[in-house]
Design a binder for this molecule. Structure first.
Ligand code: FAD
Length: 409
């Protein structure tokens, strides 16, 4: 087993690290206090800078203007970019656009690629993914209220979505809607591209989350589809394949999120250590001399290192044996890394005392925004239940094969 990172990747990672340290972290304080709106122009300029520096679209094939990194390689990049809140956005590998790019590449027609994918990878437009509904459980995406009915050459879409992240200012949505209500549950819904200027597509509001409504890319919207009419050629992939396509999107997406969270952990750990050595609780007695704090520093380091190996191994498995065979590993890292993230952030905030509650460090914003990691892309409990069912299956089968009476011994 060789854990070495190739020279080519070490060089690239150093370039991402410098970009984050030298160009993005200096914008952080203003972003944390003012929000996205007043900072849009500054981050747009950094997007151009990322292109100049050859850091644009790490996750996308070279054919579409990306760096063509493997999932493991992009995982490493994602961890570097995760060290600052706008890292992914400035390199155009942010959710939900990254996932939409992937499914457009995999399932889009030539026309869809020209119209939606090309401007998306160029960073000229943004997009959103509209699946979850306020009145149906997102944990069971085969059950939803939004419908798309055929009428002539069109689909007419009606329904209500929420938590359509980044719908505010997006040029198009990929919506999940039931097209085949009589089919088995997994084959009822389809994914359909809806340009945001289509009549009846309404971004009703940005939902306030933990005291913040957000704006632009940094927001989660309530979206209504009121007799939205789009041509049937806006169907993405096969009719009824919406759920299957959504699953395709989620495997690599979970790696991206986990590695981004580990980037946040790295920065939180760094801030925790810096604070621990600089804050004195009495003259010449820094916090780092206290065993509680030493314990937090050591435990956090161990948890980050362990999670990082597990996530990279899951990414490697997806590459080697495919998403289906790697699904246990992906479920395990999804809930485990989300917990490591919250634990590390919590300790870092604690070491900062009152300062940890302010927006003078990114810790509070991360705490607020990243708590959702235990809910989206499969809630913790859904992953735990499904992975435990699969893990216990061979034991149940072995038990069933035992001769009668043997189990009593
Ligand atoms: C910040 C954020 C961004 C998001 N972005 C998007 C987006 O861009 N597009 C989009 O379509 N959606 C998005 N979502 C929605 C997300 O996918 C859903 O919130 C998620 O699927 C859970 O669905 P739900 O909220 O309806 O919870 P529910 O399905 O109502 O579940 C509630 C809770 O019940 C428990 N639970 C559910 N099922 C089980 C089970 N089988 N066993 C045990 N416990 C269970 C879990 O604890 C779960 O948290 C986002 C959500 C958040 C918070």
């Amino acid at each position: 087993m060789d854990f070495a990172i190739s020279e080519k990747m070490q060089d690239l990672l150093a370039r991402y690290r410098h970009f984050v340290d030298d160009e993005l972290i200096p914008l952080e304080a203003e972003f944390l206090l003012k929000g996205m709106g007043p900072m849009q122009a500054a981050y747009d300029a950094k997007r151009e800078r990322a292109k100049e520096l050859g850091l644009w679209l790490p996750q996308i094939e070279k054919d579409h203007g990306g760096l063509g990194l493997s999932l493991v390689e992009h995982g490493l990049v994602s961890s570097e970019l995760g060290r600052t809140p706008m890292g992914h956005y400035t390199c155009n590998c942010q959710a939900p656009d990254a996932g939409n790019m992937e499914i457009l590449i995999q399932f889009g027609t030539d026309e869809q690629k020209a119209k939606y994918l090309e401007p998306l990878v160029a960073g000229e437009i943004r997009s959103c993914f509209s699946m979850t509904e306020p009145d149906f459980p997102g944990s069971n995406p085969t059950w939803m209220g939004t419908v798309a009915e055929k009428d002539g050459d069109d689909y007419v879409i009606n329904g209500k979505k929420w938590f359509t992240s980044s719908a505010d200012g997006a040029a198009f949505a990929i919506v999940m809607a039931v097209t085949n209500p009589e089919a088995p549950p997994h084959l009822r819904a389809s994914q359909i591209i809806v340009p945001a200027d289509t009549p009846g597509f309404n971004v009703d509001c940005n939902t306030p989350c933990m005291g913040h409504r957000g704006e632009g890319w940094v927001s989660h919207s309530e979206v209504s589809y009121d007799n939205v009419r789009v041509p049937q050629r806006n169907l993405l992939g096969a009719e009824g394949a919406g759920f299957i396509i959504a699953q395709e999107r989620l495997g690599p997406g979970r790696i991206h999120h986990c590695m981004r969270w580990l980037g946040i952990c790295e920065r939180a750990w760094q801030l925790m250590c810096e604070r621990a050595v600089s804050r004195e609780v009495a003259p010449d007695r820094p916090l780092s001399s206290r065993q509680f704090v030493q314990g937090w520093i050591a435990e956090s380091r161990a948890e980050i290192n362990a999670a990082r190996l597990a996530v990279l191994q899951a990414a490697w498995m997806i590459e080697k044996v495919g998403q289906k065979a790697a699904r246990n590993e992906v479920s395990l890292i999804k809930f485990h890394t989300a917990k490591v993230l919250m634990d590390v952030l919590d300790r870092a905030i604690q070491v900062h005392g009152a300062l940890g509650m302010t927006d003078y460090t990114p810790l509070a914003a991360w705490w607020r925004n990243e708590r959702a990691g235990r809910i989206y892309d499969g809630a913790d409990e859904v992953h735990k239940v499904s992975v435990a069912k699969r893990l216990v299956r061979p034991f149940a089968e072995a038990q069933a094969e035992e001769p009668a009476g043997a189990a009593q011994n």
